[in-house]
Design a protein around this ligand. Sequence first.
Ligand code: 8NA
Ligand code: MG
Ligand code: MG
Length: 345
Amino acid sequence: GGPASLSRFRGALVAGVLGDCIGGEFEGAEEVPMESVLQHLGSLDDETKGNGILEYSDDTAMARCVVQSLLTRTGFDEHDMARRFAKEYSASPHRGYGAGVIQVLKKLSSPQLSDVYQPARDQFSGRGSFGNGGAMRAAPFALAFPDMADVKRFARLGAMLTHSCSLGYNGAVLQALAVHLSLQGALDLPHQFISRLITEMEEVEGDEAARNDARILKEAEKPFCERLHRIRDLMDRSKVSIEEVISELGNGIAALHSVPTAIFCVLHCLQPRECIPESYGGVERTIAYSLALGGDTDTIACMAGAIAGAHYGIDTIPQSWIKCCEGAEDADQNAERLFTLYHQS
Ligand code: 8NA
Ligand code: MG
Ligand code: MG
């Protein structure tokens, strides 16, 4: 479909869920041979196996809260969103939440709380979390607001409810920007896509708080920009090994070590790759490749899935995958509602 078509909205929200559900199998694994990935993916098509449904984790649980909040409030309402995160956590605490964020989610359920951003600020001795938990739920912001300034602003605020370190919330801004651009068809010109992300992140990372956090954590002056430059270098190379991707970009639970990685997965899989079956469409290829990196596979595949889904659209995603992932059909319906909200504003 054309820019911001319904198919792209559906693709983005559904493929994010698939990445999370399918990627859960390998979460935390140090090495994941592509053979194991393809075997896992193959079993999804095999109806005779009658394998149960793959459950979603914290990534989708929190993204669903973001979606529901944006839809019911027809925009961003930090109190409503915080309440939904807290309620969701207390209803299903065993979805694989990060060890730190659980403290925030417990505090957010207190009716006495007046500043909903305070519990996140108290994390890690006041430094705030730099985990990828803000970024993993950032895609819906790009599907609710057509204006890029709104996408940046609300993705940041939405992430700050749990992640007050700039290396956490700026990861969410980058992920939302990537989905925003992909939705417009910007991945048709991959080099321009990465240049636009760099231009935007130059501004985002130019502020005082970001520079300060980067200094304290001994990162580059503009850490996400630096990673985006690394992505550009990797894109220009004819062959890149999994090991190099991991050492250059990472596969961990920090936003800095996973959001750029997810973006690279999408770019790398824009064309067929020899290690991945030719029969695979773009979304399948992107998810397969993300899983083969190991580490925080559910979250990297979730983020890469959302960006890729916004590019390829829903029609490239196998029905068999949708059927075996918890929450995928809900996501499809919610994508339609977000599409309406986006085109209303
Ligand atoms: P979080 O805010 O608890 O952060 C995750 C972890 O990152 C923390 O538990 C800390 O170990 C570390 N961390 C973050 N900020 C700091 C800091 N300022 N100083 C020192 N350490 C810090 O949770 P989140 O919502 O960001 O979740 C991140 C990921 O963890 C998600 O992908 C989620 O699925 C989860 N998770 C990952 C794995 C895995 O094996 N990769 C396993 C279970 C859960
Ligand atoms: Mg998870
Ligand atoms: Mg994870």
